[in-house]
Design a protein around this ligand. Structure first.
Ligand code: PMP
Length: 408
């Protein structure tokens, strides 16, 4: 088992003092901090290899291209995809979903067709489908969420019809941390020949993902949520789907031949990577995945489970608090509200105690509406959070309650 305190040393930002003291970073679902090895890799790339990829025959360009393509292989292994051609570099989860909404939508969505999402999606996995449906005269259907925040999965069979063309859902809710039964959903969908896109933005940081075992058709995530740079993301697509989809963005680097009358496109993945890719971001993603691999998911999961269970136990001791998504199959975050205290007021005070959490709708307004609330306070964890962070979080919450409600 790795010494987690030692791992904290890997993240230089955690040494910073804010308001004259160490801070507790519990906003990891929004973005993670970066370990020194990733920062070093970015600096090394720019100081020794920087050059545009796939364009030049000169030494630097070939080296940069090799680094980029080697990052693609690292991601392939990370997701256990069959082939590197199934790994497309994008700018992030949002970008990946928009690419599929455009390309899949163009080819396979017609008037009267149906797309299914869930009531707990991040806006990134909601609005692109909503817009597509509006454009094409299709219908967006939603798997509902119950009072605990769990998907009402029995409804899926009712929602699926002959017109259902795609199901797109999140693996882990970015508000509740709840894990959805994606394997079961993929099985059901495939029994009707419906492809499934899984939004893995909140999954890949916490546990291993095997796209073959999931058997999903598309899988997307963002590098910045697993210790890499911002502006780099992944779109995995099964080869047979990527072959059928035409690109929806056009430019350099994605063509076979361009003539005044006609253009023919490169094969996947390049046909989906128009323009200059974030190649330095890809290099940082490789470094981040190697960092995770060196620690190993079994140690990461054991440590995160320990801190999460500790937090759940400590939260049980708190009064006048509502925790959303209070079920056993969840990871990475706790979303809550304090009685009679607006989440923004709470977070402002918590900030001054050096505890950094996120408040608001978390880009999941349909879910907020379901719970009848304006927002929540979300504390989200990463591998460098420790029990002491939980203690400080709990102290900070008590301080908020004391300041805001003298009677508590
Ligand atoms: N889906 C989920 C589940 C997320 O948590 C997020 C980020 N909060 C996104 C999509 C969007 O990710 P990005 O902003 O990196 O594109």
């Amino acid at each position: 088992m790795n010494d987690i305190n030692h791992l904290r040393e890997d993240f230089p930002i955690l040494k910073r003092l804010i308001y004259g003291k160490p801070f507790v970073y519990l906003d990891n679902a929004a973005t993670t901090q970066k370990p020194q090895v990733v920062l070093d890799k970015i600096l090394e790339f720019y100081t020794t290899q920087n050059s545009n990829i796939h364009r030049g025959v000169h030494y630097l360009s070939e080296e940069a291209t090799a680094a980029y393509e080697s990052a693609r292989e690292t991601v392939r292994k990370f997701l256990n995809a069959d082939d590197v051609s199934e790994i497309i570099f994008t700018h992030g989860t949002t970008d990946s979903i928009n690419i599929i909404a455009d390309s899949f939508g163009q080819a396979f969505i017609n008037q009267g067709d149906e797309i299914i999402v869930t009531g707990m999606e991040h806006h990134s996995n909601f609005i692109p489908w909503q817009m597509l449906c509006k454009r094409k005269g299709a219908m967006l259907k939603v798997i509902p969420v119950d009072d605990n925040g769990t998907l009402v999965i029995d409804k899926l069979n009712e929602l699926i019809t002959q017109k259902t063309r795609l199901i797109s859902l999140t693996y882990v809710s970015n508000v509740l941390g709840i894990l959805n039964p994606v394997v079961e959903i993929v099985k059901t969908a495939h029994s009707f020949d419906i492809p499934v896109l899984i939004d893995g933005a909140q999954a890949v940081q916490h546990f291993p993902v095997d796209v073959k075992a999931l058997d999903c058709d598309f899988f997307v995530f963002s590098g910045h949520k697993i210790f890499a740079e911002t502006g780099i993301g992944i779109l995995y697509g099964k080869q047979n789907w990527l072959e059928k989809l035409a690109p929806s963005r056009f430019g350099g680097g994605m063509v076979k031949k361009v003539e005044i009358e006609e253009t023919s496109f490169a094969d996947a993945p390049l046909k989906f990577e128009a323009g200059t890719s974030n190649f330095a971001g890809a290099v940082s993603l490789k470094a981040a995945i190697e960092y995770i691999n060196n620690i190993g998911f079994s140690d990461i999961m054991a440590h995160e489970q320990d801190v999460f269970d500790y937090a759940v136990g400590k939260f049980k001791e708190l009064e006048k608090i509502t925790i959303y998504g209070n079920v056993s199959n969840r990871c990475g975050m706790l979303s809550f509200n304090l009685d009679k205290i607006h989440p923004y007021d709470a977070a402002l005070i918590m900030d001054k105690t050096g505890v950094f959490v996120r408040t608001g709708t978390h880009c999941a307004e349909p879910l907020m509406k379901h719970f009848g609330i304006d927002g929540t306070i979300r504390a989200s964890f990463a591998l460098y959070n420790i029990r002491d962070d939980v203690d400080k979080l709990v102290e900070s919450i008590k301080r908020v309650q004391k300041i805001m409600c003298a009677e508590i």
